[in-house]
Design a protein around this ligand. Structure first.
Ligand SMILES: [Zn+2]
Ligand SMILES: [Zn+2]
Length: 335
């Protein structure tokens, strides 16, 4: 964190304009005053780790005008992209085993039909949450806005300080942190998640929480399906259970059980941690640093509304509903 007192900031941003008035050489060696003092070079921000794609024309062709389709945010990180593709592959594998191996052979039995609908619904919600968490701007602070004019516009009183990110050359709002993958300062940054190839911050935390929740739900659903399938098929003849040979079915099911257990537990813990962090109005980074809260802690319910939107309703659980964010109402720091 780069802490610059107001007065020091003024000096550095001033280009040394009134430096000569306080010069110890003033009056003694007059020639010094004739040499114009060069303003220090404006520091350039580091290259961006993200790219934004304007998709309006493509979606307009399809007749889609939803505001969240307009600007797609994408982190240029190979490791993150590989992790995101692995996530899709794992979803696809689970879909294949649940549908093709387990449910499709007797699809029109009420039990199989009902489970297929439920599983596919939650699987679709998980994938949608993943895409929205990945392609939504997590709350990035504009780059290079720490100019003298902008700082003066903030109308700071004596003794007030501005935080400046030396890498983004931006005015850092309270609770923002710099992410070294995105190379941007992110409001209320929680952590950078390679599985969604994005930072988890103020504006995409909802989608991330929904992603962990839906993955947890489908994991335990798949686990239940796989175990019951295994048990019932052991007692019956295999032919009526699965279109595949017994060894192939066993291998498919064992891998699915392993995957479901691993990710069910992992996302369950993640979901719990996220919800408890939102309730205590503290981000992951703040919990790690054990910073004394400088911000006014909101009540649990207000804090939840701050992330999921208000009022409480079905849209809390929909990755397609964009919540309204508190910072849009009043923000001194967005210049
Ligand atoms: Zn930064
Ligand atoms: Zn990041």
């Amino acid at each position: 964190m780069h802490r610059i007192p107001n007065t020091a900031m003024d000096n550095t941003m001033n280009g040394g304009g009134d430096h000569h008035h306080h010069s110890p050489y003033h009056g003694q060696e007059t020639y010094l005053e004739d040499i114009p003092l060069k303003p220090p070079k404006a520091k350039k921000p580091v290259p961006d780790g993200v790219t934004t794609i304007d998709c309006t024309p493509y979606f307009k062709c399809l007749g889609l005008t939803s505001p969240w389709l307009r600007r797609v945010w994408f982190v240029k990180d190979i490791c993150g992209l590989v992790c995101a593709v692995i996530t899709w592959m794992l979803l696809l594998y689970a879909e294949y085993v649940v549908m093709i191996v387990m449910l499709l052979p007797q699809f029109f039995s009420p039990y199989n039909f009902f489970n297929a609908i439920v599983y596919n619904f939650f699987s679709f919600m998980a994938l949608s949450s993943h895409l929205r968490a990945m392609l939504t701007d997590p709350g990035a602070v504009p780059k290079g806005n720490a100019t003298r004019d902008n700082i003066l516009k903030m109308g700071l009183r004596d003794g007030e300080v501005v935080f400046k990110c030396p890498k983004c050359v931006s005015i850092k709002p309270e609770r923002a942190h710099h992410c070294s993958v995105c190379q941007r300062c992110i409001r209320k940054m929680d952590h950078h998640c390679p599985w969604v190839n994005n930072c988890v911050g103020e504006t995409n935390q909802k989608y991330f929480v929904l992603f962990t929740m839906y993955i947890c739900i489908i994991s335990f659903h798949a686990l239940y399906l796989a175990v019951t399938h295994f048990v019932t098929c052991l007692g019956k003849e295999w032919k009526s259970c699965s279109g595949f040979s017994p060894p192939a079915t066993t291998v498919f099911l064992i891998f699915l059980i392993f995957e479901a257990l691993l990710f069910g537990i992992f996302t369950g813990i993640m979901f719990g941690t996220q919800v408890s962090a939102i309730c205590s109005d503290e981000t992951g980074i703040e919990q790690l640093k054990r910073e004394a809260a400088r911000w006014e802690r909101k009540s649990r319910w207000r804090s939840m509304k701050g992330v999921f939107g208000q009022p409480f309703g079905w849209h809390w659980f929909s990755p397609f509903a964009t919540p309204k964010f508190a910072y849009m109402e009043n923000d001194l720091h967005t210049v």
